[in-house]
Design a protein around this ligand. Structure first.
Ligand code: MG
Length: 228
């Protein structure tokens, strides 16, 4: 860990962020080293076992968009991953999202509620294990996801995007097989109701005194050299 990381990494001696700190949860564009998703979040818990962060409603985030102005999910699947892209700043209008990640695991688990705080579902986002740097965590999304419902049933999500990403050359057959295997590991965790599902996080609520984290001007800065 570098001096830069230690300087900004919380109050417990430099290895973890403190609850209430603002960090960035970012994804690089697939096959690039440029950030295309950046979500400013508040740290809920940061231990050797689990990083938990809150993305508040009304947060300005960075997301990809096609250069012709079309939103990614409105673009037909066949051309979704081949047309030129840019990034835009977009305010998160949904209800807040709690994101949980266990260090080294190739997925994170997101919790969704409705506007009355009725718990809706967990969402397992398959991704590269988070890499920590001074200002937050970075990953690369792996397209395939798993939705998990309060009755503990589950289903694969976005298998069409996962297949198209392979056709578009964003994932090799070998990487796709590793992602599918990670997904099977995540399903095994669901079926045994391991962490973080058994953690009671559905009952968690944000501290009402928290403010909405600000998107910094240099949200896309490279963490190269940090955390190496
Ligand atoms: Mg995903």
């Amino acid at each position: 860990m570098t001096a830069d990381t230690l300087d900004s990494a919380g109050t417990d001696g430099g290895t973890h962020w403190a609850p209430g700190e603002h960090i960035l949860w970012r994804y690089r564009g697939n096959g690039t080293d440029r950030v295309h998703i950046c979500r400013p979040v508040t740290v809920v818990q940061d231990t050797d076992e689990l990083l938990a962060v809150w993305m508040a409603p009304g947060t300005d985030c960075v997301k990809p968009r096609l250069t012709d102005g079309t939103s990614i999910h409105e673009e037909p699947l066949a051309t979704r991953y081949t047309k030129p892209r840019t990034t835009v700043v977009s305010r998160w209008f949904g209800t807040g999202v709690l994101k949980l990640a266990r260090p080294g695991e190739p997925w994170s688990v997101w919790l969704f509620w409705d506007r009355d705080w009725r718990f809706k579902n967990w969402y397992v986002n398959l991704e590269e294990p988070l890499a920590r740097w001074a200002g937050g965590v970075d990953s690369e999304d792996h397209f395939l996801d798993i939705a998990v419902y309060p009755d503990r049933s589950w289903e694969w999500k976005d298998e069409d995007e996962f297949a198209q990403a392979q056709r578009a050359g964003l994932m090799s057959a070998g990487q796709a097989e590793r992602v599918r295997a990670a997904g099977r590991d995540a399903v095994a965790c669901v079926e045994s109701w391991g962490p973080p599902f058994a953690g009671g996080w559905e009952e968690w609520r944000p501290d009402p005194s928290w403010t909405v984290p600000r998107l910094p001007e240099d949200w896309g800065r490279s963490p190269a050299r940090l955390g190496a």
